[in-house]
Structure formats: structure tokens, C-alpha cells
Design a protein around this ligand. Structure first.
Ligand code: SAJ
Length: 424
């Protein structure tokens, strides 16, 4: 049986995309270099948490519409969805994209379409993948089609957003864009916009950089509010009543594998033209240390509520909570972490809230999981050594905690630092 689509990289984007195409009647083959991923998906299971994904993958594998191995197969459409992480010196590591491109070359045939979905520096399709195809004898736009199509799905809502989000498809030639768009049109209900490949690559980076710069602005405004005794959350709420203002949320930093990473791709390539983007990255990367500097000196044991990088997900990649935990430990504090959503924590965590809170001097809310809003402050008050709560997301109901005898310090307000506001 011939395969319609070959997806290289079975991660957060590749696996849902492959399973979704398979569920919509396409024969899909997934490729991954990790034998554990191949084994897990091969038996209809999943290695990442995402609502609805397990059922979808199980159905696709059982019906034979989704297969997986460590090698590509012949197909009509090749989608590259492999990681593009940051190197230690903040450069885009394109190793996996290069390896995936090399691996599909022997399987290409005339009329195939190759789509890159991995977040990549501008010019990747034209200057990196196109030359590799040409060296193998293909002419993009004539004998083969090459396009960039960024994913924009939000973790936790991946399956529905794969269908409903608008998509941008950028071809290295207009015919390349049209060819890729025809494929996505079979799955996507949102609008599909055609452009050139480099513009599409930049669209993705622009979206996440926009978020990062605006979060940095929010974090800076929060620091200003703390010093002048204003309430950032009230400032945000009221300023956002302006029809053209959208102040983001302040917090303990920016985590996840996208927003904290992608802006560096622009800084790396255009260091002389991106002072604002670099400054925003530094503000957000400095946010965990700012939180730790607000912890009173006499606090010995800290309970972190949350390890995931954002609320209601299990993903800890680049989580500010991890940085906060290690900074607290480096300052000699004992740290306990409670996050019942994180099933495979990268650091030791407490199994129960009680174990995490017993004898603690400080409850530090680091992730706004909905289930933390359900905690009964009264029962926590009986376990803690000191009734002190620091909320880095302005998330918990401060009045409820105060009623149970807690001193509540909220990021973005004059209460966050022990010394209080210092108008100057
Ligand atoms: N954060 C703030 N303040 C805010 C919003 C977020 O501090 O106002 C923090 C969060 O706490 C978290 C981090 O930023 O630590 C990122 O969270 P997020 O929910 O904004 O974004 P991600 O990383 O889960 O998903 C983003 C999305 N991009 C945009 O919103 C522009 C998603 O649409 C992308 O598909 C995804 O990145 C990606 O793969 O690039």
C-alpha cells in the first residue's frame, strides 16, 4: 500500500499532525530517530501528554493508517517536524533538520512536496534545504516542491488548533506554496495564506518574539508597580480597556520550548539590529532571579507550588520554576516541589501537598494550575511552619489565604518585597 504522507519527527507537532492526517483518511508514515518513541507509537501509545492524542494515535495505528519506523518511506508529501533547539551559545541547532533532509533524499520522486514545519532562522528553506535538494538533482518549483509552513498550536489545545488555526504557507516559488497549501487544505479549516518561504519563516519568529517582548514589558511594569506601590494586575486590567492596548501578564519568567527560544534565532542572525529583542530576552531570563531576591532572608524551607512552565500542562521544558528551585538551593534553602500534573519530573518532587508543606516557611506559587486554586488554606496553615505565601502569577485568592492567617505577597504589588514600595 503506498503512503501519502511521511512525517519526520514524532514530537509535540509531528505526532499530532501525523495522527490527524491519518484520522482524515490519509496513509501516514511517521519517522523518529528515538527507538523508544518508535516502539511506543508503534503499539498505539504516546510519549507526550496532550488531551485527546492517545485515542487518536491508538485509532490511527490500529486501523493501519499510521505506521512508524526509524526510516522514511516513499510518499507524496514529506513534513519535517524535528526540534531546532538552542545551542549553549544561543544559536539555532539545525542538526536535526539537516539529518531529516538527508534521510528523505533517497525516497523522493518527481512531483513530491517537502514542507518544513520546524521553527527555523529566516532563509532556512532557500539557503539550507533548497541547495540540498538541488545537489540531489531536484529543481524546486519544477520537479519538486519545497515550502515552509509554521505550526502555531498551543500545547493543551493542539488537536483542535491543528484544524481551526489559520496557516501560513511560504514556498520557495509560488507553485511550491500552492502545492503545499493543497495538502494543508485537506485538513485545515482555518484560512491558508500563501507567501514566500523566508517571509513564512519570519512570521513564526515574529509571533513568538511579539509575545516575548510584551511579556518583558509586563515584567518591567510589575517591577515598577512593586516599587511605587501600585498594583500591576489592576494597571493591566484597566490599561487593557483601551481599545488598542494588550498588556501581557507578568510572572516568574518565560518557559516552554518556543517563546524563550525563538527570539534568539533573530538575535543570532542580526545582532546589530535586534537590541530590543535581546533586552526582552534578558528581562525574561532574569525574572526567576528577581523572584528569588524577593524571598525573605530568614526563610529556610520553600515549597514550590508548580514545576510545569505554564498552568494546566505537564511540560517542564525551560520552566522558570526549575531555575527558581536551583537558585533557591544555591542560596542554601531547602526546596520541596509539588506539581501533581508533572508525571515525569526532571527533579525530585513531593508526592503529596502535605509532604511538600510540612514544616515549610514559604509557599511560592510558581505555576498557575487551576487545581492550586482549590487548595484549602486552612489545612495548609496547620502544616506550615510559617504562614507566608508568595504568588508570582497574581493567581490565588489573596483574601482566602489571608483569612487563614497567611501573609500574602503578590508579584507586581508593593507587598512582593519585604521592604515594601520605595518611591524614588
Ligand atoms: N507567559 C507570561 N505572560 C503572558 C503569557 C505567557 O509570563 O502574558 C509565559 C507563560 O507563563 C509561559 C510562557 O510565557 O511560561 C509561554 O506560554 P504561552 O502560553 O504564551 O506559550 P506556549 O509556549 O505554550 O505556546 C506558544 C504559542 N505562541 C504564541 O502565543 C505566540 C503557540 O501559539 C505556539 O504554537 C507555540 O508557542 C510554539 O510552538 O511556538
Amino acid at each position: 500500500m503506498s503512503t501519502d504522507i511521511c512525517v519526520l519527527g514524532m514530537g509535540y507537532i509531528g505526532l499530532p499532525t501525523a495522527a490527524m492526517f491519518a484520522a482524515n483518511g490519509f496513509r501516514v508514515h511517521g519517522v523518529d530517530v528515538n527507538p523508544e518513541v518508535v516502539a511506543t507509537v508503534g503499539r498505539g501509545d504516546i510519549h507526550i501528554e496532550e488531551p485527546g492524542l492517545k485515542t487518536l494515535v491508538r485509532g490511527a495505528v490500529t486501523s493501519g493508517m499510521l505506521t512508524i519506523s526509524d526510516q522514511p518511506v516513499q510518499a507524496e508529501l514529506f513534513i519535517i517536524a524535528v526540534p531546532t533547539p538552542l545551542t549553549a551559545d544561543k544559536r539555532a541547532d539545525m542538526e536535526a533538520v539537516d539529518a531529516a533532509t538527508r534521510s528523505l533524499l533517497p525516497w523522493l520522486k518527481r512531483g513530491n512536496t517537502v514542507v518544513l514545519e520546524s521553527t527555523s532562522p529566516p532563509g532556512t528553506c532557500r539557503k539550507r534545504i533548497q541547495p540540498a535538494l538541488e545537489a540531489a538533482g531536484w529543481v524546486p518549483g519544477e520537479t519538486i516542491y519545497l515550502a515552509y509552513c509554521p505550526e502555531r498550536v498551543l500545547p493543551g489545545r493542539i488537536l483542535s488548533e491543528l484544524i481551526t488555526n489559520d496557516r501560513v504557507v511560504g514556498g520557495v516559488t509560488p507553485e511550491c506554496a500552492r502545492s503545499a497549501a493543497r495538502w494543508y487544505g485537506k485538513l485545515v479549516e482555518g484560512e491558508i495564506f500563501l507567501t514566500d518561504a523566508t517571509t513564512a519563516e519570519l512570521v513564526k519568529l515574529a509571533e513568538n518574539t511579539y509575545r516575548d517582548v510584551n511579556i518583558a514589558l509586563a515584567n518591567e511594569l510589575a517591577a515598577v508597580c512593586e516599587r511605587c506601590g501600585a498594583n500591576f494586575w489592576e494597571v493591566q486590567r484597566l490599561a487593557n480597556r483601551h481599545p488598542r492596548v494588550n498588556i501581557h501578564r507578568a510572572g516568574p519568567g518565560v518557559g516552554g520550548h518556543c517563546i524563550s527560544v525563538d527570539p534568539w534565532f533573530l538575535v543570532e542572525m542580526f545582532p546589530d539590529h535586534t537590541p530590543l529583542i535581546r533586552a526582552a530576552r534578558n528581562v525574561n531570563d532574569g525574572a526567576p532571579a528577581r523572584v528569588v531576591s524577593a524571598v525573605p532572608a530568614d526563610v529556610e524551607t520553600v515549597t514550590l507550588l508548580g514545576l510545569a512552565f505554564k498552568g494546566n500542562v505537564d511540560d517542564c521544558r525551560e520552566s522558570p520554576a526549575l531555575t527558581i528551585a536551583s537558585l533557591l538551593e544555591a542560596s542554601g534553602r531547602q526546596v520541596r516541589i509539588f506539581d501533581p500534573l508533572v508525571k515525569r519530573p526532571p527533579v525530585p518532587t513531593a508526592g503529596t501537598l502535605e509532604a511538600a508543606v510540612q514544616g515549610s516557611d514559604l509557599l511560592l506559587l510558581t505555576t498557575p494550575h487551576d487545581l492550586f486554586a482549590e487548595i484549602d488554606p486552612g489545612s495548609v496553615a496547620l502544616l506550615a511552619r510559617r504562614r507566608l505565601l508568595m504568588d508570582t502569577h497574581g493567581f490565588l485568592d489573596a483574601e482566602r489565604w489571608r483569612a487563614a492567617g497567611f501573609e500574602v505577597r503578590q508579584l507586581g504589588t508593593g507587598s512582593f518585597f519585604e521592604a515594601g514600595p520605595a518611591p524614588g
